[in-house]
Design a protein around this ligand. Structure first.
Ligand code: PMP
Length: 404
């Protein structure tokens, strides 16, 4: 572990005021720390320019509306969406998937229809589909994994039928870091007439994403994993699909005309944004996008690949460590130490000022498949460097000493 990370200049820890010296934050897959420009954008949003959007007749509100809608365009450009009207602001990926399941699924699914998921999905890409399957009589199938922890697209191809209406897969696994061949998944789904939804939570912070090039139909992600605020996320959907989808939540801002005889609805995106939106969250998300694009997603991706390589190499030298996932995982390394519960690993690492995640990572079916209750997980961001991998390796050596 002597070359790549040491020589790579990408190490932006100084931009992150909540990361003190000597603390290794290795839990970016759960949520990313916030760089100063995002914190400043939020402070400005509340402290200088604050007003509601879409309703006010006064200048401040008009200006905030312009800023809010400019941020929507910024998001569209960031993910290669053909139109900003296809960008729906939601609370996060969880809400985005629930929106698609309830609105599209509620209107489209019927008994006999099938939904294709995979064994490595986050609970938020499982449970919303279970809820709508129960309501509509649709059934769920689960694509298996390859031995190294990727979604097995050959096996999925053999399972897909014309009854499948939607395929919903993680673009990058939050446990294994494995990267989906999304274009092939799209071709397979479309080949049987199904739609493809990609859960991009772990992809958007670490890979360049272009929804048009990926040829998917829906894409969701959360702002807080992209160095932005919590409580804001994005659902992108193909314009023709969104236009045909019924509202999900009712309230202010999503209507055309309301009367007790009958209400008509606004076109997307407003149709799916009932209530006062997270105005300042959207500004924070825009600042986060500016931040990662200034560094460059290609550079971030290369940096995290190098960290993953170094981490896997360092950990594989410790006998009792079992590594999960493929060698070329994106920014995420899950592992177990023989005879030590992952929670103990996390607690002892915390004493060494290394913050990792230990648990089932909201992926209990995957845990069962791996034959464990939980894993320890180190995940990386733009603020990590070689010192963090060294601290992790030293900490794990200490764990193995303590547990004999
Ligand atoms: N999908 C994946 C792959 C995730 O990693 C997460 C967050 N751990 C989610 C969905 C849910 O995201 P949120 O809790 O921000 O809605």
């Amino acid at each position: 572990m002597d070359t790549l990370v040491a020589t790579r200049p990408l190490d932006h820890v100084a931009d992150f005021p909540a990361i003190p010296d000597g603390w290794s934050y290795l839990d970016t897959a759960a949520t990313a720390q916030k760089p100063r420009p995002v914190i400043d954008a939020i402070a400005r949003g509340y402290g200088e320019t604050y007003a509601t959007v879409h309703r006010g007749v006064y200048q401040r509100s008009s200006e905030m509306t312009l800023a809010f809608e400019a941020a929507r365009k910024r998001v569209a450009r960031f993910i290669g969406a053909p139109s900003a009207d296809e960008v729906i602001f939601v609370r996060g990926a969880t809400e985005g998937i629930n929106l698609v399941a309830q609105s599209w699924g509620g209107a489209s699914l019927k008994p006999g229809d099938r939904i294709m998921l995979s064994l490595l999905e986050h609970h938020s890409n499982i449970v919303p589909w279970q809820l709508i399957a129960e309501r509509t009589g649709a059934a769920i199938d689960v694509a298996p994994l390859t031995a190294d922890g990727r979604i097995d697209l050959d096996a999925m191809a053999a399972m897909l039928t014309p009854q499948h209406r939607i395929v919903a897969l993680a673009h990058v696994s939050n446990v294994l870091g494995s990267v989906l061949d999304a274009r092939r998944a799209a071709a397979l789904a479309h080949g049987v007439g199904a739609l493809l939804l990609l859960d991009g939570c772990q992809a958007v912070p670490r890979l360049p994403v272009d929804v048009a090039a990926l040829d998917c139909d829906f894409y969701v992600f959360s702002g807080h994993k992209l160095y932005g605020p919590t409580g804001i996320g994005v659902l992108w959907g193909r314009g023709d699909l969104l236009a045909a989808m019924p509202p999900w939540q009712g309230g202010g801002a999503m209507i055309d005309r309301v009367s007790f005889e009958g209400t008509t609805y606004a076109p997307p995106p407003a149709r799916f944004e009932a209530g006062t939106p997270h105005v300042v969250g959207v500004l924070g998300l825009e600042a986060a996008i500016d931040y990662v694009e200034t560094i460059g997603l290609d550079a971030i991706s290369a940096h995290e690949d190098a960290l993953v390589r170094d981490a896997r190499e360092a950990l594989s030298q410790i006998n009792s460590v079992r590594l999960f996932g493929p060698d070329d995982s994106a920014g995420i390394v899950s592992f177990a130490i023989e005879g030590v519960h992952p929670h103990d690993v996390g607690t002892i690492l915390d004493e060494s000022r290394v913050a990792i995640r230990a648990g089932h990572h909201c992926a209990q079916p995957l845990m069962r498949h791996l034959g464990v209750d939980a894993t320890a997980r180190a995940s990386f961001g733009v603020y990590n460097g070689r010192r963090d991998i060294e601290a992790l390796a030293r900490g794990i050596e200490r764990v193995t000493r303590i547990f004999g």
